[in-house]
Ligand binder design. Sequence first.
Ligand code: ATP
Length: 269
Amino acid sequence: NFVSAVVPPGEIGIKFDDIGALEEVKKALNELVILPMWRPELFSRGNLLRPCKGILLFGPPGTGKTLVAKALATEAGANFISITGSTLTSKWFGDAEKLTKALFSFASKLAPVIIFVDEVDSLLGARGGSFEHEATRRMRNEFMAAWDGLRSKENQKILILGATNRPFDLDDAVIRRLPRRIYVDLPDAANRAKILKIILARENLEADFPYENLANATEGYSGSDLKNLCIAAAYRPVQEILEEEKELAHIRIPKYESYDAARKVESLG
Ligand code: ATP
């Protein structure tokens, strides 16, 4: 239960093509993860070219890190395990050490697998000094030890993909274990237009819908903000229909009039 999802690659339902913009991120992940999965022979020569075992996605909230992680599992044909740092440290406080062990032994049976650790900072943030609870410290050490066990197994196809909005809170030891770090940035206007096209792909919009105007008017919006904006806009007609229905109902059964009519009937005896 402390794992929020375990999904086989065919069931994730998100591919790189479902993600607007983030071309550099997709390109980097293609080289680091997808190619080594599908063309291992390219990486078997020499000592420097080794499949990557730890990657950090960092950047502002809502920029698509979770989306990228899921799509990566689809593209790489890997199982996807997702855990959230704050759930592991709060809800499973105390049991977390045991569960960490179980997670890694489970994961190694599911290889090829991507373990996505969202909010990796709250699981493996900088050591909390004297305020840190003993159980948290033990769990963190367990996680690191299990992780190192993984990294030493050359052929195990297990990737830890961490995501954070607060990279500066991460422990040095964690940073070292996530040797590749990929910045997932807020989109510029051209990229916002690309994201809007994906978000609105299945809506019934006019052929000349002004994506560029909307993109220009949404400076500073993340992909998630754009999605929320579109959802709010989609609900507007629903609100209008409800308002209209209310007005029609009002015309058909004017409450005060029927009240009046009833009183008149009463007064007639
Ligand atoms: P957080 O840091 O807050 O966890 P995140 O970076 O993991 O956020 P996601 O959860 O992946 O962001 O994004 C939230 C939602 O926003 C997605 O489910 C998707 O609907 C939409 N979204 C974000 N970025 C994109 C994108 N580049 N293309 C299409 N949709 C996007």
